[in-house]
Write a protein that binds this ligand. Structure first.
Ligand code: ATP
Ligand code: MG
Length: 180
């Protein structure tokens, strides 16, 4: 099954992100219940591999920590693909990410080498995004890019299944790993 590892967000954070989404001039907003911070995308994995991974993730010992946001950003530049809320650099998050990556290695999951850029995806733009879309998005960023977003405590992370549907992905929590 298609799987990923993510930190979910408390209600006051999703509420603030949904308020920002409601001001968007373009794009497909991520459904409120799908807002999350991805630690690792696993792609399609067998149940045996996920069972091994579950065992490894359960050994992770990290204290709870606080995270904050550092503004909004866009992946894709003048061909915007994704609007996201940038999650600030936080050593405890980098440490958790390293440990998750270690668990993936031990479970035999091939890990992408791309640099970890922690973010919460807020909206997606189709490949047909026009220069007009980019301009309106740029305007949105200059108007709302510094909207304060609440910091939040990270008390755990989860292993999720994702099933793709024409109406959007649906996530199902397979297991949760509390911190501390
Ligand atoms: P959809 O693909 O229908 O737009 P989605 O991206 O939310 O929905 P998935 O594609 O299953 O659902 O992705 C689950 C999570 O993993 C999301 O946070 C997504 O951004 C992230 N993700 C997906 N593919 C990759 C990838 N190749 N590299 C890094 N992260 C990815
Ligand atoms: Mg996707």
């Amino acid at each position: 099954m298609r799987a990923f590892i993510a930190i979910d967000l408390p209600e006051e954070v999703t509420a603030a992100l949904v308020r920002l989404q409601s001001l968007l001039p373009a794009g497909r907003p991520v459904a409120e219940e799908n807002l999350h911070l991805t630690l690792a995308f696993l792609g399609d994995q067998s149940e045996a591999v996920l069972a091994a991974l579950h065992f490894e993730l359960e050994t992770i010992r990290v204290q709870p920590f606080a995270l904050g946001f550092s503004g909004l950003g866009v992946f894709g530049g003048d061909r915007p693909r994704i609007l996201f809320a940038d999650v600030g650099t936080e050593p405890a998050l980098a440490d958790l990410h390293r440990r998750v990556t270690g668990a993936l290695h031990r479970a035999g999951v091939a890990v992408q080498r791309a640099r970890f850029h922690p973010h919460v995806t807020l909206a997606r733009f189709g490949s047909r995004a026009t220069p007009g879309t980019a301009a309106r998005l740029h305007r949105f960023l200059s108007d709302h890019g510094d909207t304060p977003l609440p910091s939040f405590p990270v008390t755990g992370f989860g292993l999720y299944e994702s099933t793709l549907h024409p109406s959007g992905a649906r996530y199902n929590l397979l297991a949760r790993y509390p911190l501390g």
